[in-house]
Design a protein around this ligand. Structure first.
Ligand SMILES: NC(=O)c1ccc[n+]([C@@H]2O[C@H](COP(=O)([O-])OP(=O)(O)OC[C@H]3O[C@@H](n4cnc5c(N)ncnc54)[C@H](OP(=O)(O)O)[C@@H]3O)[C@@H](O)[C@H]2O)c1
Length: 285
């Protein structure tokens, strides 16, 4: 196998590198925008043919959810046009693609965990662009696998865990939204699921959902981060309306993970267990 991991310097890309170095030594190429700008169709085609790529795991994305509201062109270029470039190159060269998408394709009005066939209705520019990326990929390279994930964090890059730890260390009271419900995803666990798919002898195309197990609000998540790290910092629950942001976010974004568990035998830890692992790693760094 010749696996190309794009967006390799991001949160998921980093963790995937850690896993693939063990499970697929010498079989993986890692690129980020400096080595391969995915918005350049010719460069993508040239790279995959030159390197005889057999699989692409696309971890690259425009992930600044609020900034995307006023940066539609750039967001679309990366989350839609770049995905089309990958899809065309994959289709032309028989490459299998694993692409990452988001719970933000849903509007959050559901009352039970979203399954892959549930109706999408993104309520932000970011969510809209990610949905367009999904449909473009499945139209141009229908054998692709798409994994929708949510509330991703790791010791790398920007994320909620790092923001809360930084603010808590300053000792100030934290006000955190308590009426948006979802499940955090530790990038290590998502990376392991991707490796499991790559190691599997079966390739079952289509959309899958993946997050950690359990359910929480951003407030619960913040409290757990502070407790696990052993910090003392007051956390006050607030409603979404008291924390206005440029982009709307779903109130409910719990994902039903039955399909990925049944198809690939993926075992998923509870979010608090994985959060403890992440914070332990961060405290050793
Ligand atoms: N973060 C979340 O909470 C979350 C939630 C649900 C789903 N997801 C999805 O999960 C996936 C991984 O997210 P992540 O948090 O690991 O993302 P990330 O940390 O933002 O990493 C994305 C990487 O893609 C790179 N990139 C941007 N434009 C590119 C281009 N034109 N060509 C090549 N690379 C480019 C970025 O480089 P620069 O940093 O230089 O821009 C960055 O290194 C994404 O598909 C995201 O939509 C994320």
């Amino acid at each position: 196998m010749n696996i190309l991991v794009t967006g390799a310097n991001g949160q998921l890309g980093h963790e995937l590198r850690n896993q693939l170095e063990v499970d697929f030594p010498g079989q993986v190429l890692y690129t980020d925008i400096e080595e391969l700008d995915l918005t350049d169709a010719g460069a993508v085609e040239h790279f995959v043919t030159k390197n005889d790529v057999t699989h692409i795991v696309n971890c690259a994305a425009y992930t600044a959810v609020d900034k995307a509201e006023e940066d539609k062109l750039q967001c679309t270029a990366i989350n839609v046009d770049a995905v089309k470039n990958i899809a065309k190159a994959a289709d032309a060269n028989g490459i299998k693609v694993i692409h990452i998408s988001t719970d933000y394709v849903f509007d959050g009005t559901a009352h039970k965990p979203y399954s892959e066939s549930d109706k999408v209705n993104p309520i932000s520019q970011y969510g809209t662009s990610k949905r367009k990326g999904e449909t473009a990929l499945l139209a141009l390279a229908p054998e692709s696998i798409i994994i929708r994930t949510a509330w991703l964090y790791s010791p790398y890059g920007h994320n909620f865990v790092k923001t809360i730890l930084k603010r808590a260390a300053e000792g100030k009271e934290l006000k955190v939204v308590a009426d948006q419900i979802g499940t955090p995803t530790y990038a290590v666990d998502l990376a392991k699921a991707i490796v499991k798919i790559l190691q599997s002898h079966q390739w079952v195309e289509g959309i899958y959902h993946f997050s950690n197990e359990g359910v929480c609000s951003w407030y619960d998540f913040a409290k757990a981060i502070i407790r696990i790290r052993g910090l003392k910092c007051p956390v006050v629950p607030i409603p979404t309306e008291d924390y206005p942001t440029p982009a709307s976010r779903p109130y409910y974004s719990i994902l039903n993970k039955s399909r990925i568990k049944a198809t690939y035998g993926v075992e998923i830890p509870h979010w608090e267990e994985s959060l403890a692992d992440c914070i332990n790693r961060m405290s050793k760094q």
